[in-house]
Ligand binder design. Structure first.
Ligand code: DAH
Length: 340
């Protein structure tokens, strides 16, 4: 009589061969291996039942089981090699008529948008865009701008020094000097760029920030030209009915100097939280170029006059977009950036 183990062996062999023949992925081959040769697989059960056979039947059944196990091991190896060579099903079903996946597009940072907008307005007024280095000599950041050796802005607390005479520029006014050293009047430039100051970060201050500088030099330039240019800029940047006022101030490189306010874009001048209920917000420092600056660059101060101005880009962007915390510009949060 055939021991029942022999039937069991044949059933296992048949099932294993057909499953392996149908397997088309590495995962399916692995499933077959676990089912038959795994620790709790059918072969474990088989050897357990052979152990319970009468002793005279055990050797034949054991040999048959071992032969089948060897055969199955070889088949698994072949199947694994076959599915590894096969092209993945997804590629086989590739449909060239489907639209391609587009990579996510980046877009312009809000501060760059504002800088571009400022530059565009001044371009329409005949200005060209100039640039200067961020790592600067103290000559351009201070001396040539008529800032005396003992001026507090030269202090370590207010300027990042790289060495005694090399620093990170604390203002874009440096580009006034670099431009005048290279060119003869007439000069009509704006200079956008990054500036650096050892500030403690908060909602309104950052150690890295942006300014746009302006400079006009020619024969017969007067304070009324400065007022007209600033007023035209403010009308285009903020709103057509914005009002502008000049408050007397002091900057070493301009004489006279002014701080320039416009009516608060949030309340149009009636007073609100944004403008501390004054109706005005400052957006610019400005003035007539100090004759000492002309001396520093070798311009004839009897022949030429000029005006200069400098504005903070972050402040303008905050007002324009109603942003309360300047740190949002730098923290790279896509939920913020994707709104622009
Ligand atoms: N450089 C000045 C600052 O950082 C801003 C400024 C004021 C620039 C008056 C000018 C100017 O050109 O005329 O505070």
């Amino acid at each position: 009589m055939r021991p029942p183990v022999t039937d069991q062996l044949e059933r296992i062999a048949g099932e294993a061969r057909s499953l392996l023949g149908a397997a088309s992925t590495p995962g399916q081959v692995e499933e077959v291996r676990v089912k038959f040769l795994g620790r709790k697989g059918l072969f474990s059960e088989l050897f357990a039942s052979i152990a319970k056979l009468p002793s005279q039947d055990r050797p034949t059944a054991g040999q048959a089981a071992n032969r089948l196990k060897a055969e199955l091991t070889a088949l698994l190896k072949q199947a694994a090699a076959r599915v590894a060579r096969a092209r993945p099903a997804a590629v086989a079903r590739f449909d060239p008529t489907l639209p391609s996946q587009r990579p996510a597009m980046g877009h312009v940072h809000p501060l760059s948008l504002i800088i571009e907008e400022i530059c565009d307005i001044f371009r329409t007024l005949g200005f060209s865009v100039a640039e200067g280095p961020e790592v600067e000599l103290d000559w351009y950041n201070f001396d040539a701008l008529n800032i005396p050796p003992d001026h507090p802005s030269r202090d370590d607390f207010d300027t990042f020094y790289i060495s005694d005479h090399v620093l990170l520029r604390s203002q874009t006014s440096t580009v006034q000097i670099r431009t005048m050293e290279k060119t003869r009047p007439p000069v009509r430039i704006i200079a956008p760029g990054r500036c650096f100051r050892p500030e403690t970060e908060d909602a309104r201050h950052a150690a890295v920030f942006h300014q746009v500088e302006g400079l006009v030099v020619d024969e017969g330039i007067s304070f009324s030209d400065l007022k007209a240019v600033i007023h035209m800029f403010a009308r285009q940047m903020f709103s057509p009915d914005v009002r502008v006022r000049f408050r007397p101030s002091f900057f070493p490189f301009t004489e006279p100097s002014a701080e320039v306010d416009c009516t608060c874009p949030a309340c149009s001048g009636s007073g609100c939280g944004t403008c501390s209920h004054s109706g005005w917000v400052e957006f610019c420092g400005a003035g007539m170029v100090d004759p000492n600056v002309f001396d520093a660059v070798g311009y004839d101060k009897e022949r030429y006059t000029g005006f200069a101005f400098g504005m903070g880009v972050e402040r303008i962007a905050m007002r324009k977009y109603g942003i309360k915390d300047l740190r949002l510009f730098y923290h790279g949060d896509l939920r913020f950036l994707q709104q622009f």
